[in-house]
Design a protein around this ligand. Structure first.
Ligand code: TXA
Ligand code: MG
Length: 342
């Protein structure tokens, strides 16, 4: 099926007017849907934090239509950043750079840096060009939950609270952008995405990772995140089938995201085969987790993904979802009481 991924003139005019009025606009990108606000309008930014329930110390990514606007947001473009932008923009790469003087603290979370990205989705491009400025946009989900990869997911998250939702169909990639900081002469990977570590290294040489260097503060990327409401655990491949058999025999309803169809026949099980191709798996991951979350199961079991950099982004999001289920809470939220102490 060929999908129309361009907005009509009327949709575009409505969205641009909403942004100018300080209203949020949800829009598609090639990674996930964003909840956009005029990046130079503090009241509009505040509304996005309120809608998401996100602490205002967590910085936002500024989306621009091309690097021509970069110097409005950053005071210096290190050589590595210029090379990465040249190679990967428009596309699923976010650069964290020294911020320009006038960037509002709600965008930067009060830090001296700003995250910028040029999305490639045609409808995001249309919106940014028509708006003619920066759109600050976190993923269009409530704080700590799964990111939306379809317009209907955004409506499920926010209902009538977000009046303008541009529908650009399924997001092509399905996981959030790769985030790279270019600061103090170093290049550091802060969040894995579909642009892999070796692709980055082919352009700029050595790239530091979380394990090779202390990470600068990446508010909102630590601990629990990207989580369904149903407890989720990642299970080693060799243990998946026996665990499902054991739990279902004990009468539990189990949801499974595997990379193959079930070998046995299990009662009370909703089984999704996410397949063995990393691009397809990433594309469908959040939609599958949403489906499994609605299956009224006591847990979601996810087959561990291969140790291969093409799976790094999926691995990262699954670890965070599992961490959320283990009671590690997204920074800045109060832990929810789950029971009285005896
Ligand atoms: O693919 C994406 O990046 C999507 C689409 C909508 O563009 N956006 C997205 O935004 O994932 P959000 O807000 O859900 O995640 C942005 C991440 C957060 O972890 C935030 O802490 C980090 O980027 N970030 C933003 N500004 C930063 C900065 N100045 N320094 C370090 N991390 C930053
Ligand atoms: Mg997010």
């Amino acid at each position: 099926m060929v999908r129309v991924v361009r907005a009509t003139a009327l949709e575009l005019a409505t969205a641009v007017q909403a942004l100018r009025d300080g209203e949020p606009v949800a829009f598609p990108t090639e990674t996930v849907y964003g909840l956009g606000a005029h990046a130079g309008y503090p009241a509009a930014l505040r509304r996005v934090f309120e809608l998401k329930g996100r602490p205002t110390t967590h910085p936002l990514i500024v989306h621009i239509d091309s690097s021509r606007y970069l110097t409005r947001w950053v005071r210096e473009v290190p050589e590595a950043a210029a090379k990465l932008a040249e190679r990967f923009w428009p596309g699923p790469l976010t650069l964290v750079l020294p911020r320009a003087e006038n960037v509002h603290r709600l965008v930067t979370g009060g830090q001296d840096t700003v995250a910028v990205r040029v999305p490639s989705h045609p409808m995001a491009q249309q919106l940014l060009t028509a708006f003619g400025g920066g759109i600050a946009a976190p993923s269009a989900n409530r704080y700590g939950r799964l990111s939306p990869t379809r317009a209907e997911h955004v409506r499920e998250e926010f209902g009538a609270e977000v009046r303008v939702v541009l529908d650009g169909g399924d997001c092509r990639l399905g996981l959030e952008s790769t985030i790279v900081a270019c600061l103090d002469g170093k290049v550091q990977l802060l969040r894995p995405g579909s642009v892999t570590l070796s692709e980055l290294e082919r352009v700029v040489g050595e790239v530091l990772t979380e394990t090779s260097a202390p990470t600068p503060r990446v508010p909102g990327s630590g601990g629990a995140h990207y989580a369904p409401a149903t407890p989720l655990a990642v299970v080693p491949t060799g243990e998946l089938e026996s665990l499902v058999a054991e739990l279902t025999e004990a009468g539990q309803r189990i949801a499974v995201l595997a990379q193959h169809p079930p070998l046995g026949t299990y009662r009370l099980t909703t089984w999704i085969n996410g397949g063995t191709r990393p691009e397809n798996y990433a594309h469908d991951l959040y939609a599958h987790l949403r489906t499994l979350d609605k299956a009224r199961c006591s847990r979601i079991l996810v087959q561990e993904v291969p140790a291969d950099e093409r799976w790094d982004a999926a691995y990262d999001r699954l670890q965070r979802a599992a961490a959320a289920s283990n009671g590690e809470h997204a920074e800045g939220t109060d832990p929810v009481a789950v029971g009285e102490a005896p």
